[in-house]
Design a protein around this ligand. Structure first.
Ligand SMILES: [Zn+2]
Length: 554
């Protein structure tokens, strides 16, 4: 069941291709067969849309020795219609102790990982109300975080307990009661994590208060002032040290808080204090202001590779450049920066600021964030270097199935959302052929959809409108079909003709071609043969810009 989800942050490929391959092989045989449990988790029924979540106070104690958690979550919501019953989510291996409304317990039923609560009276449309869920149990232990998530229990190299949560894909309801669907972000949240004395918890947002509970535990209250995805909410418990800095950004001073393990302060100062500000400078230029100034920017060392936990980026790259010391592009450009600092922080703009309503559109998170890696390179090493990186990552593309997954069942599409998605965006930039406009589109996306959840059409529609070009068939081909288009050339009556062979209706991507050694010129082939109107061009001397275009040519 868990393997069905292609979790994660995308750090997916690379080292993890074996794991993904297994999951996808399973998908390949039954991807259209979804269960009632899938629908309960992934679809929007009136039992979910009847309330808009406003605020959570998650209050959880971690008994690390017993791998046992217990606590409560307060749901504050606004009713979007009259109702008496609603759904929230909590994995069925965790016990719902009770649900309390207006001081009294109210009835609930459970089906798979869904919990249905019935109120003693009609909750009226427009009213603000609240209830508290008390729960406990041994949460699922992550098999392979962050991809196959849950709670990670381990020890640091000095033998001290080290605990982390990572639950993208599988869902936050694997460890706490929540409305577990991406379309509805809570507006703000208080996260209270109680950890055994001597350890610290690092969660999202700002640390408000530390309280000795006089029972062997210390509670850490973290407040997030901005909308946040529930899979981003994190607990990280360990022997942490703390140092801080400030970045003078587009919206003024941005606080930087760094939480390495106590014995890694020296390494963290060297690695994080270099690449975090470099990342912020590059991404504020390309994408606009960091989206969560109120909550600050944070890096926290984790026992898993990394996750885009909002205003508390999880980091487990061992203070190495590249992806655990490797260059995913094979060009050398991937070794000049810390992959996890850059990639996971890129999600603050694409994933955390702009969030897809359905995980089927996870490309909105991963394609743009993959592409952000090349923009980081461009900022420091030039445009050519950035594009070499994009081009180099093509070796990781599988073209196994569409990037957009099936809607309503909590299922992502192909892992090609990373590298193929990055190549798609670089191609779109090439077609727009105006870097100022391209940058204004990237910044405009983050401004227009600031702190919002979005659909495929929102994003593609915005880009087309701002570009003044109908790029919809391009996105359609690369996101909805597994195959890439073929540009075909033929000679008829001594003249060169071209056409596209593609799946997307009306596919008409402008493409750069030239007479060998000359300057590139845009031509606009359709799915019918049309003459290539370039002086002196022949089947033998035609060259296509396959460096920037990820296409086949024949
Ligand atoms: Zn990612």
């Amino acid at each position: 069941m868990k393997n069905k989800f292609l979790n994660i942050c995308a750090i997916a490929l690379g080292l993890t291709i074996t794991g993904l391959g297994t999951a996808q092989a399973q998908l390949g045989t039954n991807r259209q067969t979804f269960t009632r449990a899938d629908s309960l988790r992934g679809s929007l029924t009136p039992l979910r849309t009847c309330y808009d979540i406003n605020y959570y106070h998650l209050d959880v104690k971690f008994d690390i020795d017993k791998k046992f958690i217990s606590g409560s979550n307060l749901f504050k919501f606004t009713a979007t219609q009259n109702f008496t019953k609603l759904q929230f989510d909590l994995f069925d291996n965790l016990k719902v102790e009770k649900v309390v409304y207006e001081g009294a317990e109210i009835p609930f039923t459970r089906e798979f990982n869904a919990v249905f609560v019935t109120f003693p009276k009609t909750i009226k449309k427009g009213s603000k109300d609240e209830f508290i869920v008390y729960y406990s149990g041994n949460p699922t232990i992550a098999k392979r975080a962050p991809w196959d998530g849950g709670v990670v229990y381990t020890t640091d190299s000095l033998g001290k307990p080290w605990v982390a949560t990572a639950c993208q894909g599988i869902g936050a309801s694997i460890w706490w009661p929540t409305k577990d669907h991406q379309y509805d972000e809570v507006d703000s949240a208080l996260i209270s994590i109680s950890a055994p004395n001597g350890l610290k918890d690092v969660s999202n947002g700002r640390l408000r208060k530390v309280t000795d509970l006089n029972n062997g535990y210390t509670r850490f209250d973290w407040f997030v002032a901005n909308p946040i995805n529930n899979y981003d909410i994190e607990a990280n418990i360990g022997d942490y040290a703390h140092f801080e800095g400030t970045y003078q950004g587009e919206k003024g001073p941005l606080t930087l808080d760094y939480w390495p393990l106590s014995y890694n302060v020296h390494k963290a100062k060297k690695q994080w204090e270099l690449d975090a500000p470099r990342m912020l400078k590059s991404f504020e230029y390309w994408f606009g202001p960091y989206p969560f100034y109120e909550d600050g920017y944070k890096l926290v060392e984790t026992p898993h590779l990394g996750m885009e936990h909002q205003s508390g980026t999880a980091y487990g790259n061992h203070y190495k450049n590249g992806y655990l010391g490797r260059d995913l592009s094979g060009t050398g450009w991937g070794l000049k920066w810390d992959f996890i600092v850059v990639h996971e922080s890129g999600h603050e703009w694409f994933g955390n600021n702009i969030t897809s309503k359905d995980v089927a559109d996870m490309w909105i998170h991963e394609s743009f964030t993959n592409y952000s890696e090349s923009l980081f390179i461009e900022t420091y090493y030039g445009k050519q270097a950035g594009q070499e990186y994009v081009n180099g990552t093509r070796k990781n593309i599988r073209n196994d199935k569409p990037i957009v997954g099936p809607y309503g069942v909590n299922m992502e599409g192909s892992g090609d959302m990373y590298y193929k998605g990055g190549n798609l965006l670089n191609m779109v930039r090439t077609i727009i052929n105006n870097d100022d406009k391209w940058r204004s589109i990237l910044r405009g996306l983050n401004k227009t959809f600031y702190h919002k959840t979005v659909t495929y059409d929102d994003i593609v529609g915005y880009i087309c409108k701002q570009a003044g070009m109908n790029l919809a068939p391009v996105f359609d081909q690369y996101l909805h079909y597994k195959d890439i288009p073929t540009l075909q050339f033929v000679v008829k009556d001594g003249k060169l003709y071209s056409k596209w062979i593609a799946n997307a209706e009306g596919f008409n991507m402008p493409v750069k071609v030239r007479v060998k050694g000359g300057g590139y010129i845009f031509i606009k082939p359709t799915t019918q043969f049309t003459p290539v109107k370039i002086d002196g061009i022949t089947k033998d001397n035609v060259e296509v810009d396959t460096f920037n275009y990820y296409i086949k040519v024949e």
